[in-house]
Design a protein around this ligand. Structure first.
Ligand code: DGL
Length: 270
């Protein structure tokens, strides 16, 4: 690969802030990469919408990012990864990575027999995680649960204390009753609620290990960049684009990213 291609940014998109948990994991593992993050804040949430709508929104996001010039597209949104990957791979001529394959691979590596998956209605309804796990870990039993209240709790910053703990206990109880050994966080918003989720599992006397698909995704990005000779050296950078309310995004994103982004641009992608 030419140095020009190595220097191109990685495009990452999600419905809003949540995908910054994936950006954070990629920056930790591949600090020299240039990343352009697009948060479709005008149209969040994706998790409650039909597959056709999520595919349309995802194609808009991919077209916007690829017009900048990319070496890779990372679909950080679990809901979009569940339904839109074939359409995005047909649309772009660079590697397109989704979180479902990465998360499922991380689960398969644990060798667990019973796996709990929590996600949006769109992700759970698509059956993407059970389908992926059936291919790579056929003996593994998958128990799914939607956890819709986790998204607004994360966006509001209610990540600690009794409210998220109560909600987490309610969502996780049916999974614990099925004796899950591993819990996969199948939504980009959930890693910021890790503490409450771990506390609820403990309260319910479960020893299930928590797997964060953001970390698994970052490992996938690093491996693909290495395989394709696309790893960059030098100083990394992050540019953030949003489709609505850049000031709110800037303020709240520190929670997901671990730092406040310096430069957030408002764009129109439709
Ligand atoms: N980012 C979405 C996901 O990972 C959750 C938020 C939404 O519903 O848009 O599925």
């Amino acid at each position: 690969m030419s140095p020009d291609q190595q220097n191109l940014p990685i495009g990452v998109f999600d419905s809003g802030l949540g995908g910054l948990t994936v950006v954070r994991a990629i920056r930790e593992l591949c600090p020299a990469e240039r990343i352009v993050y697009l948060g479709d804040s005008a149209r969040v949430p994706y998790g409650t919408r039909s597959a056709a709508t999520v595919i349309r929104y995802s194609k808009n996001c991919a077209a916007c990012l690829s017009s900048i010039g990319l070496k890779m597209l990372v679909v950080a949104c679990n809901t979009a990864s569940s339904v839109a990957l074939p359409a995005l791979r047909a649309q772009l001529n660079v590697p397109v990575l989704g979180v479902i394959e990465a998360g499922a691979r991380a689960v398969a590596q644990c060798g667990a027999r019973v796996v709990g998956v929590i996600g949006t209605a769109g992700t759970v309804g698509s059956g993407s995680y059970p389908a992926q796990l059936a291919q790579i870990a056929p003996s593994c039993e998958v128990v799914q649960q939607t956890a819709p209240l986790f998204v607004p709790l994360a966006e509001e910053g209610w990540t600690e204390g009794e409210v998220p703990l109560l909600v987490a206990r309610r969502y996780l109880r049916p999974l614990v009753e099925r004796q899950i050994e591993v819990l996969l966080l199948g939504c980009t918003h959930y890693p910021v609620l890790h503490h409450a989720i771990a506390g609820a599992l403990q309260d319910l006397r479960s020893h299930a290990a928590i797997i964060n698909s953001a970390t698994a995704m970052a490992k996938d990005v690093q491996r693909t960049l290495c395989e394709q000779g696309l790893l960059r050296t030098g100083r990394g950078e992050l540019r953030c684009l949003v489709t609505d309310q850049p000031s709110g995004f800037e303020e709240m994103s520190a929670r997901f990213l671990g730092e406040r982004p310096t430069d957030v641009e408002l764009i129109d992608i439709i």
